[in-house]
Design a binder for this molecule. Structure first.
Ligand code: HEC
Length: 217
């Protein structure tokens, strides 16, 4: 009997397929766990001990958030800085901060911000991406929004805008009034502040360089 080449042997291909499928399954399971660990939300003690998490804990709202260019990664990364007052306080407990973010998240869903905006890149393209809206210089001390809303802090100016957006026409397109209450606005601003602290691998690109959505044309 002539010797059959291994390449035309069915058993060889069956075994190869089984090994590759098995290996790929194990790799996928490992990657799933690795991803979950990377994106798991941090907590208050991480923040207090300076442990860097891609998604910092809710109490990040007690801190100042800035961005710095990371030479190695070649994009900007969030930097959690000193304590900073948020609606007059910098001592929100984990429970209080979680509750506030939860309120903001529910608000963003019930008012469907994604119908016009993108959050972390998901949503519609009618209005600017909100991932880093908290860091838009327009809301800062040198921006126009504090003066326009008559408020002296970023969070109050943003909350005022969210409650009465059509009163502050700043752009070619106007955000309509969505019936957002003062409490909901506070939650939404906390939600936006927390989102800006997430390490999104530099997304959206160059947001720190452009005078953001409100003033940018
Ligand atoms: C019907 C469309 C629409 C919906 C829904 C909407 N927005 Fe807007 N939003 C806009 C438009 C348009 C602008 C730009 C307004 C301007 O520049 O004056 C804007 C601007 C903003 C800004 C300023 C952006 C920046 O980078 O400084 C924030 C913050 C914001 N919206 C938050 C929200 C939140 C939170 C929700 C959901 C609760 C929401 N918007 C729902 C249309 C919408």
């Amino acid at each position: 009997m002539a010797k059959k080449s291994v390449w035309s042997d069915n058993r060889f291909w069956q075994r190869t397929a089984a090994w590759i499928t098995g290996f790929a399954s194990i790799l996928l399971i490992w990657l799933t766990f690795d991803t979950n660990a990377q994106i798991a939300m941090g907590n208050d003690s991480d923040l207090k001990n300076g442990v860097t998490k891609r998604v910092p804990g809710p109490t990040v709202i007690n801190y100042k958030i800035t961005y710095e260019m990371d030479k190695k990664r070649q994009h900007e990364v969030p930097v959690i800085g000193e304590k900073e007052k948020f609606f007059g306080r910098d001592d929100y407990s984990e429970e209080e901060a979680t509750e506030l973010l939860h309120l903001g998240k529910l608000g963003s869903q019930s008012k469907n911000c994604m119908n016009c905006h993108t959050l972390l890149g998901n949503g519609a393209y009618y209005a600017p991406d909100l991932t880093k809206a908290w860091l838009d210089p327009a809301w800062g001390p040198t921006g126009s929004m504090q003066a326009m809303t008559g408020k002296s802090t970023k969070e109050e100016a943003m909350a005022e805008f969210l409650q009465n957006p059509s009163q502050y026409p700043t752009h070619a397109r106007m955000m309509p009034n969505l019936g957002i209450t003062a409490e909901e606005a506070k939650g939404l601003v906390a939600f936006l502040k927390h989102m800006s602290s997430i390490d999104t691998n530099g997304f959206p690109r160059n947001f720190g360089k452009i005078q953001g959505a409100v003033n940018g044309k």
